[in-house]
Design a protein around this ligand. Structure first.
Ligand SMILES: *Cc1c(COP(=O)(O)O)cnc(C)c1O
Length: 393
């Protein structure tokens, strides 16, 4: 058994990150300024996207996006219930109605067919989730969205470094397209994500008008922000063009993000090697079902290593497995408990089990095993050993 506790994740902070943050702290400018602008530019360069707007969380990014698209009462937003609660909470807070579509049981993502079947004249927005570091089938989803003239916004919280292989590249040697290069996507820099700023996020889009409105809405609805005024001497008395929020990303966080972004390939490479080792070793444990990687995923970012405890193969439940692993010094997490069956959503909308079978099947059985860049192959071995100990071979 392991002697030290292995958490399911841990941020990968090196001297480069510490130095970058220290420099900002000593500089005299700690809130949104040159580093935040640099992080936005670095994103555009790294992803090849047109516009990037730094925000204080992906949740904040989704909030301003819903506002920028005027999502409100009478509107429906299509999204999976296998997602983090933030998106659904914001849809409801905007006065709109979430419309859940079930996910594919093998990869936990929505298909274009399922989304198409949920479209009504009230559908205002479609929000697929790139799950665990894989990519949803973007070409097919975009075809459906475009055919109905409905915007599509990708929840890319798990997809920093994920690359999609489009229909035209499939089966060929094509390199694919990084998530975020085209369309509109929101990344998260929360402490557990592949790139972290402790808290933070980035909205990317190829539409300058949308970026402009998001930029304004994330900072009081002003035409220019404090840093622009200071450095460019622009309109010192900037006006409120429309009421906005206060969702800017401070430079302390942005400096951390820049140092992390510079290490993305290295960190994701380690995640990938560990994930491949896991998959090899998990193949010998019939009771555990990992997710499968769809053929359109050119690069998997391996944000999470998810398995489902298959009750056809073992009497051990997911909750028992998590408790037993904890006793053996192995931490786990649940990403995610289905949103539609949480108290508020059951009571407000009358949702009941049976509505979304694949979502619910995984929600009851899934757990995330430890996966983070500083883990070693020996750590993976110790997790497998603990799993075999609890489940039997
Ligand atoms: C983490 C996460 C979010 C929210 O990100 P924050 O930066 O914490 O607001 C949204 N969606 C998914 C799928 C996530 O995992």
């Amino acid at each position: 058994m392991r002697e030290t506790f292995l958490p399911f994740t841990r941020p990968d902070i090196t001297a480069a990150e510490i130095d970058a943050v220290t420099e900002v702290l000593k500089s005299g400018w700690i809130t949104t300024g040159p580093r935040a602008a640099e992080l936005e530019e670095a994103f555009c360069e790294h992803l090849g996207c047109r516009e990037a707007v730094a925000v204080c969380s992906a949740t904040a990014g989704m909030h301003v996006l819903l506002a920028a698209l005027d999502v409100g009462p009478g509107d429906e937003v299509i999204t999976p219930a296998m997602t983090w609660v933030s998106t659904v909470n914001l849809i409801v807070l905007a006065g709109a109605t979430p419309v859940f579509v079930d996910v594919d049981r093998d990869n936990l993502m929505v298909s274009a067919e399922a989304v198409a079947a949920a479209i009504t004249p009230r559908t205002k927005l479609i929000v697929p989730v790139h799950f665990a570091g894989a990519v949803a089938d973007l070409d097919a989803l975009r075809r459906v969205a475009e055919a109905h003239g409905i915007p599509l916004v990708e929840d890319a919280a798990h997809a920093m470094g994920s690359v999609y292989r489009g229909t035209s590249d499939r089966g060929a040697a094509g390199q694919g397209t990084p998530v975020g290069r085209t369309g509109c996507a929101i990344f998260s820099f929360h402490a557990i994500k592949n790139v972290t700023t402790a808290e933070g996020g980035m909205l990317v889009t190829d539409q300058p008008e949308l970026a402009e409105r998001v930029r304004r809405l994330k900072f009081h609805g002003l035409g220019v922000d404090a840093f622009d005024r200071e450095t460019q001497g622009r309109a010192p008395q900037a006006e409120v063009i429309e009421p906005g929020y206060k969702y800017n990303l401070p430079d302390v966080s942005a400096a951390l993000g820049l140092a992390q972004l510079a290490r993305l390939e290295e960190m994701n490479g380690r995640r990938r090697a560990l994930a491949e080792l896991y998959l090899e070793r998990l193949a010998g444990i019939a009771a555990l079902r990992p997710l499968s990687t769809p053929p359109w995923v050119a690069t998997h970012a391996w944000h999470l290593m998810i398995v489902r405890v298959d009750d056809a193969e073992t009497a051990v439940t997911r909750d028992e497995l998590m408790a037993e692993l904890k006793k053996r010094n192995v931490g786990t997490g649940v990403h995610f408990r289905a949103v539609h069956l949480q108290k508020y959503y059951r009571e407000r909308f009358g949702y009941r089990p049976g509505m979304l079978p694949a979502t619910e099947w995984s929600s009851d059985r899934m757990c995330s095993l430890p996966l983070f860049p500083a883990m070693t192959p020996a750590d993976v071995d110790s997790v497998i050993e603990a799993l075999e100990d609890v489940l039997g071979r």
